[in-house]
Design a protein around this ligand. Structure first.
Ligand SMILES: [Zn+2]
Length: 225
């Protein structure tokens, strides 16, 4: 993949449809930067696979929790940057993300991650057939092409702990209340998409219990809905 250096700013752009609009490179430093100046690194599936297996080898079963916490910390840092960007780009330098439509905010936050290779998502926010779940503060996220699950395709169990932590952190930041997230279905278990449930921690504990007992994603959602 070739990444071009783009001179000048991106004022006027709200979305970035081509990698050339999103990434900048500095050949003298050997560095890649995202459109807002944050430094990035390009890695392949073997790196992600090695990272997860290496951590699991070192600390065993708690490796999932560690990746989850990494995702949460990433979310906190990312949302602070994101809120700044949104305030200037859409809020006339006055409105914060909490004063904007939640679904719009979430979609705008995720879009750059799709360009970076983290996959495409679908949220149940605003879906009519999920009103019962939404009334309890629960959101279902469907994720296609999870970078983690694709690198560990035959794991036979949910592996996208970093994503779950990321979603937990982002929803906690936006809702200003602690939100948990569990992956109730994963591509690495043979499913076509990964499915996550985000919501109040107490309900997440129940969902996690049922999931560990062998309940499918639909069974977990039916019990909660
Ligand atoms: Zn997954």
């Amino acid at each position: 993949m070739t990444i071009n250096v783009i001179e000048g700013g991106f004022q006027g752009y709200h979305n970035y449809y081509h990698p050339e609009e999103f990434f900048k490179t500095d050949a003298t430093k050997g560095a890649i930067y995202l459109h807002d100046g944050e430094r990035a690194a390009k890695v392949n599936e073997s790196f992600i696979n090695g990272l997860h297996l290496g951590i699991e080898e070192e600390i065993g079963d708690s490796s999932g929790l560690l990746m989850y916490q990494c995702g949460q910390q990433w979310a906190t840092l990312d949302m602070k940057r994101f809120n700044e960007r949104m305030r200037h780009e859409y809020g006339g330098s006055k409105l914060d993300i909490w004063q904007m439509n939640k679904q719009f905010v979430m979609e705008t936050w995720w879009w750059p991650l799709t360009i970076q290779g983290f996959g495409g998502w679908h949220l149940t926010l605003g879906d009519k057939d999920n009103e019962a779940l939404q009334s309890k503060g629960l959101t279902v996220i469907e994720l296609r092409n999870s970078a983690v699950a694709q690198s560990m395709a035959l794991a036979g169990k949910p592996v996208c702990h970093m994503y779950a932590g990321l979603f937990s952190g982002v929803f906690s930041f936006y809702d200003r209340e602690e939100r948990g997230c569990i992956e109730i279905q994963c591509y690495a278990m043979g499913n076509d998409v990964c499915k996550f449930l985000v919501g109040p921690s107490k309900l997440m504990n129940s969902a996690e219990f049922w999931s560990k007992e062998g309940a499918t994603a639909n069974e977990v959602l039916a019990k909660l809905g």
